[in-house]
Design a protein around this ligand. Sequence first.
Ligand code: GTP
Ligand code: MG
Length: 208
Amino acid sequence: MLSSFCEQADNCRKYTVAIFGDSGVGKSSIVRGLINESVIQEHIPTVEEFYVTEITHGKKSFELHIIDTSGTYEFPAMRKVALHKVDGVVLVYSLDKPNSFQKLERYMEEIKCSSRERKRKIPVIVVSNKADLPNLAEPKFFNDVRGVEINSSDYVESKWGCPWLASSARFNLNVAKIFHRLLDELCPVENKKGPPRSGSILRAMLRH
Ligand SMILES: Nc1nc2c(ncn2[C@@H]2O[C@H](COP(=O)(O)OP(=O)(O)OP(=O)(O)O)[C@@H](O)[C@H]2O)c(=O)[nH]1
Ligand SMILES: [Mg+2]
């Protein structure tokens, strides 16, 4: 029997990561981008898919086991099972689906609940996908304490204590970075690079 990549490599670690989000926000497209599969133009709803891929982060190699979940079909029981085995979670929304951000609240509640049950923190990264689409603005948030408007990144950071990134799975922009940023949380490396590229800079790049 063939040994897995991690069985061959001395310094490899395995992490299981689930990707959650509303229907059609681009979860499967993000996963396909990471494993260098071609973009699928039409929306083919996922039931549940598993992928295994290797990724080099810092000087170490990692085997990522990715659970691509369904946003189309409501399977809370399957999400619960996934949450009991994951090391980290990618939460995705997209600006062409305004309610998809609100849906993250429920996923966060489920993640917190599972963290409590498992007595371990489950690192999360929030992703605003489809940054290539023009004329779509990030939702507006207010900081209750200071009464000022704050951006999505600051909102996600202050409310849930997790990082935020904008991506375009269609153009494979920031896709690998999502998983590197999550690995930063799971397994901090010595030579951390600067802060993730902000959504507004990414959008500006896509316009040129
Ligand atoms: N413009 C644009 N379209 C995208 C992007 N990512 C995905 N799409 C499109 O959005 C649609 C849905 O993408 P999927 O990846 O299937 O969405 P999903 O979140 O996996 O959907 P479910 O499996 O039903 O939960 C497809 O038509 C994709 O081509 C993106 O970054 N930009
Ligand atoms: Mg899918």
